[in-house]
Design a protein around this ligand. Structure first.
Ligand SMILES: Nc1ncnc2c1ncn2[C@@H]1O[C@H](COP(=O)(O)OP(=O)(O)OP(=O)(O)O)[C@@H](O)[C@H]1O
Length: 713
């Protein structure tokens, strides 16, 4: 499968857990019955405890139907067939049209991922028969099915467009420039049949009739198969030192991180460190840390760095924006330096010492930039490869030398298949956004990775997992990847929202959402705002709608070409477009300076994703605001976990939300869906030992005699 075009794949969960009394502290007891003392991360406890006018005029469909999920199915069909939808193919060039061969070339397996709910036909009707580009808001409903059923692949799409029309897609039947080179278009559903991600409990059927997780090589851009070539070569990042070390300021709440309770479970955890000096890193690393503006460790760094330096496997869970990237990069680089890594040199087969995987292209690129920053001036060479870019480009990057390989899963498997990467030297395997990397979407590919010939066994490599959320079932799956004695670090509430984000939930029905959005954005002014919607089409639609309202907006989602995605992110980062409409592709990991607001135009289907989405603001001690539109018609399943997240983060909980939560109360929590209330702690149920950190976490006392580290429930 390819990476990350997964904004719409998760089944709307059936919430099965509710804690009517919202405990302020769930940490007194571990999941296994052990008692863990939660300790603040530090002894220093703070008791003070132009709008761009690029709107498109043509083809705006009836506002009424836009964004109306409630409209009946027949109505939807009628709209899509008769109007051709939004823009009538003018504003949103419909790439799908030019890619009909995909539609017809159904023998490639993923086309046949027949949707159990019949959504396939629907999508095709929308995507091909009508060809109208963006249609009405009702599409969100159908795409919602797609969310549950299908995972669109952008790889083939990119290639399809680029191969026949040149890099910038002149084949598009109709394009509308937004004024800054940004182009909105809807690819409709055509690519969506091939990508391979299916929702939970659904199958991907290949042409051979077997279930399969396709890598890019299998179904995409490797060139081995019928997929067209992707030609996009991302521009190289700036090489000057100022750009490499550019960073934003920590916020007023940065020091408050020290008050967050930290829990380490597992045996023989090394003590946390207080300062960078204590980590005993080499001089070059220290100098890079200083140039990056880091003067003080964040809690996850205080605990994770010594654990990784001690050679232990780690699962670490810490709130969004609290420095998890450096928490794994710094000790890995320190080890590499200490071990006297061989300087990279040109070789057809590269054998990196470290592989880092993340679910989205933009995120892996960001991690790469961090790796490049911290390894500046050393002989460690970091390389990034990701889908939607020319495969040859990835190979050229790799053969020049590669110590740290940052990759999205699909591209990684392709490159391994092409024997450009050997795994024998892998000492560190890092799964960032690990819960995402292990779920139904990427899990199979990750399993493939660790079973690849040459990949050292888990006993022989160090495996590190980081995320802000770790559902229990995913923690259990992680056991296949980690040594049995791995350590678990929980900074604050596992899966909890960052407290620096002020959360507001507004009850807004589907019909009123756009009006409310415009009202809020006008009040916000030019402050950077991410607006999350549930489907790719809706992202295009809302972005265009906002442009019509003269609110300078761009969009990012899995149906946009990689070049467009990078352009959109760039325009947003630099403030050229202060509003970014995004699907879940941008929910995790992205660290963008000055994002002051997140608006959930559509609430996410899971609470975990909500936590990640709102975590795009309020980072690194800065304050942020998140406003979420709650439509009781479609979002009541989230009421319980939302109330929990809000109360845990000490936010106001609206009475109406509590009422909905109680009315949808599900007492029998099975812990089996992604929509449930998150795990509180390490889920190793039979775990006998515990590491209790006292006096602000800088000494550890061990539990008496461990019995069976390996026991899982
Ligand atoms: N010790 C530190 N001092 C100053 N800034 C830091 C420190 N650690 C990290 N940062 C900065 O904080 C920001 C957030 O870090 P990072 O992206 O690693 O967060 P994260 O925990 O991985 O978030 P997410 O869960 O959203 O992926 C980055 O800009 C990073 O450079």
């Amino acid at each position: 499968m390819g990476d990350e075009d997964w904004e719409a794949e998760i089944i709307k969960p059936h919430v099965s857990s509710y804690v009517p009394v919202f405990e302020k502290d769930r940490y007194s007891s571990g999941a296994n019955g052990d008692t863990f003392n939660r300790t603040p991360a530090s002894s220093e406890i703070d008791d003070g405890s132009s709008r761009r006018d690029h709107f498109m005029r043509s083809g705006f469909a009836s506002g009424r139907s836009l964004g109306n999920r409630d409209a009946g199915e027949s109505n939807k069909r009628e709209n899509t067939s008769t109007m051709g939808g939004f823009g009538v193919g003018k504003c949103f060039g419909n790439r799908g049209f030019s890619n009909n061969k995909f539609e017809e070339g159904d023998n490639s397996g993923f086309w046949r991922e027949a949707n159990n709910d019949g959504e396939d036909n629907q999508t095709r009707n929308r995507g091909f028969s009508k060809r109208g580009g963006y249609q009405d808001g009702n599409d969100s409903e159908a795409s919602g099915s797609s969310r549950r059923g299908g995972r669109d692949s952008e790889f083939e799409q990119d290639e399809g467009t680029q191969r026949t029309s040149g890099l910038f897609g002149s084949r598009r039947p109709a394009l509308s420039s937004t004024g800054n080179g940004d182009i909105y278009q809807s690819r409709s559903g055509n690519g969506s049949r091939r990508g391979g991600y299916k929702g939970l409990n659904e199958e991907i059927i290949t042409s051979s009739g077997k279930n399969s997780w396709k890598s890019e090589a299998e179904g995409g851009e490797s060139g081995d198969t019928q997929g067209p070539k992707v030609t996009y070569i991302p521009p190289p990042p700036p090489e000057d030192e100022d750009s490499i070390f550019a960073h934003y300021q920590t916020g007023i709440n940065f020091d408050k991180y020290d008050t967050i309770l930290v829990e380490v479970s597992g045996h023989d955890a090394p003590p946390a460190i207080l300062t960078f000096e204590e980590a005993n890193l080499c001089q070059t690393l220290n100098s890079n840390i200083a140039k990056a503006g880091y003067t003080k460790l964040t809690p996850v760094q205080k605990y994770s760095i010594p654990i990784i330096l001690a050679g232990r496997d780690l699962m670490a869970c810490a709130q969004t924006g609290s420095g998890k990237t450096a928490a794994f990069l710094l000790p890995i680089l320190a080890h590499m330096m200490r071990d006297g890594i061989t300087a990279s040199r040109f070789k057809e087969l590269q054998e990196p010492e470290c592989i880092i995987v993340a679910p989205t292209r933009e995120l892996i690129n960001q991690i790469y930039l961090e790796a490049r920053k911290f390894s500046f001036g050393t002989c460690v060479r970091a390389v990034v490869i990701y889908g939607g870019t020319q495969l040859g480009h990835s190979i050229r990057q790799i053969v020049q030398g590669c110590n740290v390989l940052c990759a999205t899963p699909g591209r990684l498997m392709d490159i391994i298949g092409k024997e450009k990467i050997g795994l024998r030297q892998v000492k560190y395997l890092v799964l960032d956004e690990a819960d995402r990397m292990l779920d139904m979407g990427f899990g199979p590919e990750m399993k493939k990775l660790i079973s690849c010939p040459g990949m050292p066994s888990k006993e022989q490599r160090q495996t590190l997992m980081f995320s802000a959320t770790f559902p229990e079932e995913i923690q259990r799956l992680a056991g296949d990847f980690l040594k049995s004695n791995y350590l678990f670090v929980a900074v604050g509430q596992v899966g909890g929202a960052c407290r620096d984000v002020q959360q507001t939930i507004l009850q807004v029905g589907q019909y009123s959402k756009r009006e409310k959005l415009v009202e809020i954005l006008r009040n916000i002014g030019d402050e950077r705002t991410m607006v999350f919607v549930e489907t790719k089409k809706k992202a295009d639609f809302i972005a265009t709608f906002l442009c019509q309202e003269k609110i300078s907006t761009t969009s990012i989602h899995g149906d946009r070409e990689q070049r467009e995605r990078e352009q959109a992110l760039g325009d947003f980062r630099c403030g050229k477009c202060p509003v970014l409409v995004a699907t879940s592709v941008a929910a995790r990991g992205l660290d963008i300076e000055n994002v002051q607001h997140v608006i959930n135009f559509d609430l996410s289907s899971t609470i975990d994703e909500y936590v990640h989405r709102i975590g795009r603001t309020g980072r690194c001690g800065n304050i942020g605001r998140a406003i979420s539109f709650f439509d009781p018609e479609s979002d009541s399943h989230l009421a319980q976990p939302l109330v929990k997240v809000l109360s845990d983060a000490q936010q106001d909980v609206p009475a109406w939300l509590e009422e909905i939560a109680f009315s949808t109360y599900v007492p029998d929590f099975s812990g089996s869906t992604r929509g449930n209330v998150f795990a509180s702690v390490d889920t190793r149920k039979n775990y006998q030992g515990k590491s209790t950190l006292s006096t602000a976490g800088f000494s550890s006392s061990q539990a008496p005699s461990p019995v069976d580290d390996e026991s899982w429930d």
